[in-house]
Design a protein around this ligand. Structure first.
Ligand code: PLP
Length: 470
């Protein structure tokens, strides 16, 4: 299987090349030339597979330049009960009103990014070893992505991680999660500034071409194809868990920010998984809600992006959305390029003539949830089902309940555990409610922390990196 760009201007790449590349050379995103189709017999056979077995079947269709035996080794050490808390890996449960919740949040950092990032860490190590290469990952984080990357790459050969975070701006839990890592290849850098400053420094260092080449700099952001493909697996797993026959259809409701999670659902559906609807749930940053309801895409700049209580969805330019639009436009790379030129100049685009196709052929729907909705849903689920859900998952449950059709089987994807967002949980259910935490994370905040504080200055960060790599 070969990978091409959404803008149609790059030579086809192998899976490993797509894995190690960031953006395509023409500025587009890499995706396979076509999606594999799963026939009814195969789908029948897959129903009884374990998570790791299913992952091997699905990922081997995409990672065709990695021998299947090697892939099996990589996948079976990734998706274990040890790492993800149970043999089911993404267990499904049902609320009293019949809405299902599939937990994607039982990995080491308690958020769904682990589902893909843990695999990516092992794939990176394998490909770097095979090609005798080294890599220095540099990133900026306001919480979830950076910690998932660090836990995926800690202790790995041939790769270091330099992760910038805003000094004093993360929750105690998030800070402890990252800064307590003592692995020699993980470098936490607290910048005296905001998250945007961290991002600017990363961009400046990426654009320092001599530095980038000398030090083999790379990133692990949400457009990485390896992350998307890993996420396809849990849609199949969730489908099988919510049904007892492949005659049934399931709808997924997905708390969305960069459109990476729900894009994997779109791919699973395109492969033939019987998905009825893909319901995109947004928070107050509702660019995607608007698009899927009206066909107008109007991305906003940072100044018009709200800080909300479901912070991992505070995104107004969904980076993975371009891959869906490429499919929607029947793989017209020139048209995609033109639309994203419009986006770059600050205007959006209008695909309202395609709304029928978006809804009926691709099954998309969307809804929005606000801070009030979030608190209400957390409190409601706590009162009626006796359990806590995190604010992002609450956005999904709110939208699922609002849009659910009679008889529709809905699976809401649980993207984080409540322990990560204690403040909002307490606001919803009161300060006296104890928020459960996995045993191995009790006392996390008391562990010694390892972090270097640096001024908001790209040159100072570059010097620090150079000094570590001497
Ligand atoms: C990243 C994240 C999301 C958004 O996922 P996208 O792939 O960016 O749409 C939702 N919830 C949580 C908890 C996250 O960490």
């Amino acid at each position: 299987m070969k990978y091409i760009s959404t803008r149609g201007q790059t030579a086809p790449k192998s899976f490993s090349q797509a894995l190690m590349a960031g953006l395509a050379d023409d500025g587009g995103l890499l995706l396979p030339q076509s999606y594999p189709h799963i026939d009814a017999f195969t789908l029948h056979d897959w129903r009884s597979l374990s998570y790791a077995e299913l992952a091997l079947q699905i990922i081997s269709l995409f990672a065709t330049d990695i021998p299947k035996a090697d892939l099996q080794t990589i996948i079976s050490k990734t998706y274990t009960a040890d790492v993800f808390g149970s043999d089911e890996i993404t267990p499904l449960r049902t609320l009293h009103d019949g809405v299902n919740i599939q937990a994607l949040s039982n990995g080491p950092t308690l958020a769904f990014k682990d589902m893909a990032m843990q695999l990516l860490g092992n794939l990176f190590e394998y490909v770097l070893g095979r090609e005798n290469r080294y890599l220095n990952i540099i990133g900026a984080t306001s919480g979830d992505t950076g910690s998932a990357a660090e836990y995926a790459l800690r202790g790995k050969d041939r790769v270091n991680v330099f992760m910038l975070s805003p000094f004093g701006k993360m929750s105690d839990f998030q800070r402890a999660q990252m800064y307590s890592l003592q692995d020699g290849n993980i470098f936490n850098i607290a910048i005296k500034g905001m998250f945007d400053d961290c991002q600017d420094i990363v961009k400046a260092l990426q654009n320092d071409h001599a530095f980038k080449a000398n030090y083999h700099l790379s990133t692990v952001n949400s457009i990485n194809w390896g992350r998307i493909v890993a996420q396809v697996v849990y849609y199949f797993k969730g489908y099988f868990a919510a049904t007892n026959s492949n005659e049934q259809k399931v709808s997924f409701c997905v708390p969305s920010g960069n459109f990476g999670n729900v894009l994997a659902g779109h791919i699973a559906r395109s492969m033939g998984l019987p998905i009825h609807r893909l319901i995109v749930a947004t928070n107050e940053n509702d660019v995607l809600n608007e698009f899927f309801n009206t066909g107008h895409y109007r991305p906003r700049d940072a100044a018009h992006t709200f800080v909300t209580s479901s912070p991992s969805m505070d995104i107004s330019k969904a980076s993975n959305f371009e891959r869906f639009v490429y499919d929607l436009l029947d793989h017209d790379g020139a048209k995609v390029q033109q639309l994203w030129q419009q986006v770059a100049t600050g205007s959006g685009f209008d695909l309202s003539p395609l709304l029928d196709k978006i809804h009926n052929q691709y099954g998309f729907a969307a809804g929005k949830s606000t801070h009030t909705d979030r608190l209400h849903t957390i409190a409601q689920v706590y009162a009626e089902d006796g359990e806590l859900i995190d604010p992002h998952t609450a956005d999904g449950v709110k939208v699922a309940r609002q849009l659910r059709e009679a008889g529709e089987i809905i699976v809401c994807l649980e993207t984080a555990q409540p322990a990560k967002f204690a403040q909002t949980i307490h606001e919803a259910v009161g300060d006296n409610v104890k928020i459960p935490r996995p045993d191995n994370l009790v006392g996390l905040e008391d562990l010694p922390q390892r972090v270097t504080i640096i001024d908001n200055d790209a040159a100072a960060v570059r010097e620090f990196i150079e000094a570590q790599l001497k």
